[in-house]
Unconditional design. Structure first.
Length: 194
């Protein structure tokens, strides 16, 4: 694979991973609401789900691409409904000011990735746009999807860091910030359904 193709693959991957999406927005909202310690189960769920979904993408591109349109068609609506639910949840959430026992769930973060159409399209587009012209070996496809999942994990970690940085501001202006985050998720739903 030529160096310029690998370079373009990395540029595409970085832009896709760092732009707002359901996982990044949920991570930002969770860390501002719960902090790092209580939010960490959700973050681990997001990271784990990212890797699993990217492995699914590698397998789909490798052998079952004929099923892809049907699977993505159904997932589009399931994903949009789940992201809409997240938007409503975020819009009405309040910070955990009393230090209660609430915490964010691993499964909430993990399952988000299974309905997050953005990362399916991200992974499949990266493979079909940059890798499959040079190799369709399952090992190669899995390798490049692991790279995508790692870049995605780094990007979500950056969003978590941003949430930690604005946590004090968030506690004072949580309603406005939550509405902005919810509207951003609504834009994600719109882009999925248009």
């Amino acid at each position: 694979m030529p160096g310029y193709v690998i370079g373009n693959y990395f540029v595409y991957s970085m832009i896709n991973a760092f732009t707002p999406g359901p996982g990044n927005i949920l991570a930002l909202n969770t860390v501002t609401n719960y902090g790092w310690k209580k939010g960490s189960p959700l973050f681990l769920g997001i990271f784990s789900g990212y890797y699993v979904v990217q492995m699914i993408c590698a397998v789909v591109v490798y052998g079952v691409s004929t099923l892809l349109p049907d699977v993505l068609g159904v997932m589009k609506y399931i994903g949009a409904a789940y992201i809409l639910w997240l938007a409503v949840h975020i819009a009405f959430s309040r910070p955990d000011r009393d230090g209660g026992e609430r915490s964010a769930s691993f499964w909430k973060g993990f399952m988000l990735q299974f309905v997050n159409v953005k990362i399916y399209l991200f992974g499949i587009t990266a493979l079909t746009g940059y890798v499959t012209n040079y190799s369709t070996s399952l090992h190669v496809l899995v390798f490049f999807e692991l790279v995508i999942a790692t870049i995605g994990t780094i990007a979500t970690s950056a969003w978590i860091g941003a949430g930690l940085a604005i946590q004090k501001i968030y506690l004072r202006h949580y309603r406005l910030i939550n509405i902005v985050l919810a509207v951003t998720l609504l834009e994600c739903v719109y882009s999925i359904l248009k």
